[in-house]
Write a protein that binds this ligand. Sequence first.
Ligand code: ADP
Ligand code: MG
Length: 141
Amino acid sequence: MKKITKSEKETFDFAQDFARKLKGGETIGLVGDLGAGKTIFTKGLAKGLGVKQTIASPTFVLMKVCPIQNSKLKIKNLVHIDSYRIKNKNDLISLGVEEYIDRDDAIVVIEWADRVKKILPKKTKFIKLSNKIGDKREIVY
Ligand code: ADP
Ligand code: MG
């Protein structure tokens, strides 16, 4: 499916709604160029899941585990990964990602997922964000 957003807020809101469909155990791979909105999408996702802590662009911190305190949800952590500098499976393993993948109390979201496609789980849900004119972004999901 495809969605066109016309502002940062629309992408954020879209991701917030998207989060409500998640059950736990999903790996979400975000694909798109610099500025396409991968981090904004992650922020919306985090809001939708009830993450309280601020989501930063994890370009220097490769992985961040964000706790979720919501007694109604079984999802307890959002794991945010930036794979811009991740080259191989060993890099991912050394971050400790495997501990969270496929766990039904965690959601794993990976920016620059196309760079590590080969080492992601088969069931990864890929979301492609593209820069369009001005503030328009296309989200294919
Ligand atoms: P990425 O993580 O893909 O590099 P970011 O989410 O960090 O991108 O940044 C997206 C940038 O584009 C932000 O500065 C945001 O304000 C801007 N922007 C403008 N329009 C949109 C839109 N429709 N959706 C998301 N971000 C947008
Ligand atoms: Mg980013």
